[in-house]
Structure formats: C-alpha cells, structure tokens
Design a protein around this ligand. Structure first.
Ligand code: PPE
Length: 312
C-alpha cells in the first residue's frame, strides 16, 4: 500500500489506552518484537452502512488476537471487551466511514535475547487507515494473476500458522515479493507436502462443475472472510466442500478460482502460473459471492447484520 515517499495516514492511533496522533505513537528500538518478530496482530475492516460505519466480525477478530497472543505467552493487559471498545473508539475518533483496522500487540524493551519471558504484559496499539482493493482495482475487474511461489508455507511444527504472528509474515513477504518481481499479482504457497495452502495474505477457493471448494491444509490460516463466504455461499444454495490435499493442477483445471481475506475481500483469479483459469476472467459465481459479501459487510443484508458492530 505505501510506496515511495507516501506514508500511511492513520490519524489518531490508540496506544496502550490513549488516543495519540500518529507522529506521537512511538515504540522502543529495543522492542523484543522488532528484533525477533514476536508480535501478534489482526486485520479488520469497517464499512460504510446506512447507519454509519460498522466493523465486520469484530468479536471473531478480537478472539483470534487473544488466541494468537496465548500461543506466544503474551499477556494482553485488557479484556477482549476492552479491546473491542478501543477499536470502536479508534474508528469513531478518526471519523472514518470505512477503513482497515490493525490491532497489534508486541513485547517491549524489558528483555532482549531470544527468550522473551517474562517480557509481559504486551503493549497494544490500534491504527486505522483507508485501504482500497488489496490487489488493485484491475484484479477485481479482470482477475488476479497468481504464481506458485518457490517459498513453501511453513509446517505447523515450524511456525504457528494458525496464529497471526508477526514473524510468520516473513514467509508471506518473501512469496509476495517473488510474485511481484515475476510480474504476477500474488503468490500461492504450497505446504511442505506440495499441496496448496493459501495466498500470502488470503485463503483460496475454487469452483468446479458448480461446486465451491474451500482449500484447506493443516497450515492454512482460519480466515474469517473464508468462514463468512462459506456461510453466504451455502445460504445462496451452493454446495460448499472443504478440499484437502489440493494440487496446483487441480486449480489450473478449475472453472473459477478466487481468494478471500479481510484486505482482499473476495478477489477473482484469472491466471495461475500463466494458465488462464476458466475463461481467463473474473468468474460468475465468484462475482456473485463478492457482491453478497459486500452487501453483508455494508449492512444491506439483514440476515448477516449480527456480524456488524455499529460505531455510532
Ligand atoms: N491467510 C493469511 C496468511 C492471511 O494473512 C490472511 C489475512 C488470510 C489468510 C485471510 O484471513 P481473514 O482476514 O481472517 O479472512 N491477511 C491479512 C493481512 C493483509 C496484509 O497485507 O497485512 C488481512 O487480510 O487483513
């Protein structure tokens, strides 16, 4: 998102209990997490609705943040309800109609050396900024071009892939840079056995003969968008199966492929490893799911309103 001289415009940032201007939201250069990647985070979106900004699946994201922190023995010095309230407060304070929300928990400068214990409690910040189409507007219109990365997604006994740990994203960043430098938009990471795991920041789905398959591997992040899209697809009457041990050639032969993520929302895929998927354009079922997903996030679908937290 930020490139060249541009800078993220986060306005007021919630830092350890107080809202402060972005310029004042500073951390120690001796933070354990800066040195070793021992942070945990979330990515959430707020959408503009007829009743003002609403945060999509806030509770589920905050729950995952606490689960991630537990994995690293990081103590979050607030209750989940306090973090939820702080997120609402941050969106409200910045008068955002819609935005991306990044809660981050990290270890401060009480200890260095690999052992982070007992560098607790963690520090907490919540920042918001405007973030458009994750893979660009063209990827939404024409479909994203993916390559299979030479970087594998780490197995669960190497890194905790079910947790959103900062250090995990070195793996994602390597795959993403490889994709961009190869002229593609995004990377597919295979797991250690060579089966499809996910994108660098998205879960993967494919459609074959009218059935929707959610790609699953033991190292796939349990995506909240993925869960929402499975629910929506079933409610629309589609058959959705969870597909394990998906090889890349299964994706090449699919009628449609798409990716889901908080940032990516529902993004169609037009090419994988330079092979057109289906007609080589955004798929019909994909775009139907995208449409209903965006209706759900923007409060146009009463049946999914329980997923929204109005900022007020
Ligand atoms: N897999 C990975 C590796 C991942 O990072 C994400 C989210 C997902 C799947 C989808 O999860 P969910 O957002 O709960 O549906 N990626 C976040 C990070 C994006 C970034 O560049 O930073 C996101 O979409 O917020």
């Amino acid at each position: 998102m930020a490139s060249g001289d541009s800078k993220i415009q986060a306005g007021l940032i919630w830092l350890n209990g107080k809202l402060v201007p972005q310029e004042e939201a500073r951390v120690s250069v001796l933070s354990h997490s800066l040195h070793y990647g021992t942070s945990v985070f979330e990515g959430i979106r707020a959408y503009e609705t007829a009743k003002g900004a609403a945060i999509f699946r806030l509770k589920e994201h905050v729950k995952r943040l606490f689960d991630s922190a537990k994995t690293l023995f990081i103590e979050i010095p607030y209750a989940p309800e306090e973090i939820e309230a702080a997120i609402v407060e941050t969106v409200r304070a910045n008068a955002r109609r819609s935005c991306y929300i990044r809660p981050l928990v990290w270890l401060g400068d009480r200890t260095l050396g690999v052992n982070p214990l007992p560098n607790n409690p963690g520090e907490v910040m919540i920042a918001t900024w405007e973030w458009g189409a994750y893979l660009g507007d063209e990827a939404i219109r024409k479909g994203a071009r993916l390559i299979t990365s030479s970087w594998r997604r780490f197995p669960g006994d190497v890194m905790p892939g079910k947790a959103k740990v900062g250090g995990n994203y070195v793996n994602s960043a390597l795959a993403k840079m490889e994709a961009l430098k190869s002229g593609a938009d995004e990377a597919i990471l295979l797991d250690a056995q060579g089966y499809v795991a996910e994108g660098s920041g998205e879960n993967l789905f494919f459609v074959k003969d009218g059935v929707i398959y959610a790609v699953e591997s033991s190292v796939t992040l349990p995506g909240i968008t993925r869960d929402s899209v499975i629910r929506i697809a079933r409610d629309l009457g589609y058959t959705v199966e969870v597909a394990h041990r998906v090889t890349r050639d299964l994706l090449y032969a699919a009628d449609e492929v798409f990716m889901t993520g908080t940032a990516a929302e529902v993004t169609p895929v037009s090419q994988i490893d330079w092979r057109p998927i289906g007609k080589g354009e955004a798929g019909e079922i994909t775009m139907r799911l995208r449409e209903v997903y965006l209706e759900a996030t923007t409060g146009k679908r009463p049946e999914y309103e329980h997923w929204l937290t109005y900022v007020g």
